[in-house]
Ligand binder design. Structure first.
Ligand code: GLN
Length: 501
């Protein structure tokens, strides 16, 4: 029998439902795995073992018909397609930018080192409502700014496939935890690629839903016109389970869309016949590693063999994604991070006047990349530069969004690389912010357009995982999950595991 920590969520669900295992056994298996490998991988910032086992016991009792825990959020209704029981007793890991009541939420920053939220984010409340077990909080780049998890104020996380390499970022801890079998699923956040890029580099499945699909109430804000919460798991099927549990309107978040949430599991037909798949030519250019390109082309061939029609398309404004993103995201970040003033939240370094205190606190609490973004963003928003930079960037963003609208008149989904390279060495780009920004070249346009993007493992280059990115129409997550699941029925890349001792 497969070791418990190697099960997918769907497999564990079946064993739990058949009474072959208990949630306590499953949770203990992950806690043991964390003890065995996390001193090497360092995916977690906090592990809540006592509480995890307590939640697992409650889940086990609940399954026998005595749900003892009071709901922290309104019960999901049937028409929202949420399957309340699918995560019951399933352990999960959570990126440390998502508020968890009673459990530290540091955002990978010294600024919030001691911060313990007094409430749960909506996604956490929904997971608890569904009976999921929270194992702990995962490492990330400070305030989700970065592509390698090296910007964490605490320590870098390592790629389970090669411990000398980065797991990607900013949700590197969540990606590495799933890749190293320390959790069967996790939540991350994606502002410009922070779910898809680390999932690709770690060889797991990761999904950024449409902007507005998932509530952000309780997510610590980075760039509010881009931030989105989404799942990591081994399979598209497991991502469908997780997304079904967290998606949908929230009275606490007016930016969360009222669109009904379909039954994602019902969408997984395994069929891609007749599907029109667009391959955007701008994603196959200089800088794309040959080994990555070969794996992506082979994956597209698999879809073709499955009956999909492959069409070349063009997204002509792709080349503006990096400059546009690195104006808009820092501008929004500079506004969002103004709240860390040493008075309301987190760190406080006392001094004579308010201004001295503010300066000292922000100087000590924020790392280099966060300070760089605040400076860039403040500059771009200042009068005199606002029109030249911020407004201009917003206008180009509209053109990029139109690229996608036009492409989706011809095709149902797009297929492209998730990352132009496989995982790079720790330290390789740490001192070169521009080189680091290039890591997001394939994910940023999708974020700027607000459309959903799924990444699935599709091969290896030099022994390191490659991810295929599938991009869909707004709110059409179901098609992406269907294609991802169909691909995973035809291939076995997603079943490969790193050899960790
Ligand atoms: N790597 C990008 C950045 O540094 C994206 C981060 C993210 O998606 N949170 O901003």
């Amino acid at each position: 029998m497969t070791a418990l920590h190697e099960l997918t969520i769907a497999e564990a669900r079946t064993l739990l439902d058949n009474g072959e295992i208990t949630s306590v056994e499953l949770t203990q298996a992950y806690l043991d795995r964390i003890v065995a490998v996390d001193n090497q991988v360092r995916a977690f910032l906090a592990i809540d073992d006592e509480s995890a086992l307590e939640q697992a016991r409650a889940a086990d009792e609940g399954r026998k018909g005595t749900i003892s825990r009071a709901p922290t959020y309104r019960a999901p209704t049937k028409d929202e397609g949420r399957s309340a029981s699918s995560l019951h007793g399933i352990p999960l890991a959570i990126k440390d930018v998502i508020s968890t009541e009673g459990l530290t939420t540091t955002c990978g920053s010294r600024m919030l080192e001691e911060y313990v939220p007094p409430y749960d984010a909506t996604v956490i409340a929904r997971l608890k409502q569904a009976g999921a077990v929270l194992l702990g909080k995962t490492n990330c780049d400070e305030f989700a700014m970065g592509s390698s998890t090296e910007n964490s104020a605490y320590f870098p996380t390592r790629n389970p496939w090669d411990l000398a390499r980065v797991p990607g970022g900013s949700s590197g801890g969540s990606a590495a935890a799933v890749a190293a079998s320390e959790a069967p699923g996790a939540l991350g956040t994606d502002t410009g690629g922070s779910i898809r890029q680390p999932a690709s580099l770690c060889g797991v499945t990761g999904f950024k839903p449409t902007y507005g699909r998932v509530s952000r109430y309780g997510l610590v804000a980075f760039a509010s016109s881009l931030d989105q919460i989404g799942p990591f798991a081994r399979t598209a099927r497991d991502c469908a389970i997780l997304l079904g549990a967290i998606a949908g309107a929230d009275p606490n978040d007016s930016t969360c869309a009222p669109q009904p949430v379909p039954d994602y599991m019902a969408a997984l037909t395994g069929d891609v016949r007749g599907l029109r798949v667009g391959v955007p030519r701008e994603y196959f250019v200089e800088g794309l590693e040959p080994g990555v390109e070969a794996a992506i082309r082979a994956a597209i061939d698999v879809l073709r063999e499955g009956g999909a029609e492959i069409v070349e398309v063009s997204l002509p404004h792709t080349k503006y994604a990096i400059p546009v993103y690195y104006i808009i995201a820092p501008a929004e970040a500079s506004a969002n991070l103004a709240r860390y003033d040493g008075v309301r939240y987190g760190l406080r370094i006392p001094d004579e006047t308010y201004w001295d205190e503010l300066e000292k606190t922000r100087g000590a609490g924020f790392g280099g990349e966060v300070r760089r973004r605040i400076m860039l963003g403040t500059y771009a928003l200042s009068s005199g530069y606002y029109d030249a930079y911020y407004k201009r960037a917003q206008q180009v963003r509209t053109l990029m969004r139109r690229d996608f609208q036009q492409a989706f008149e011809q095709v149902d989904i797009l297929a492209a690389p998730t990352s132009p390279t496989v995982a790079f060495q720790i330290g390789e780009k740490a001192d070169d912010p521009l080189a680091m920004y290039l890591a997001d070249v394939c994910t940023l346009p999708i974020s700027l357009a607000g459309v959903p993007g799924l990444t699935i493992p599709c091969g290896f280059s030099d022994g390191l995982p490659v991810g295929l990115q599938l991009v869909g129409r707004p709110f059409d997550e179901a098609t992406l999950l269907r294609v991802g699941d169909a691909y995973q029925r035809m291939t076995d890349w997603h079943t490969r595991r790193p050899a960790l001792s």
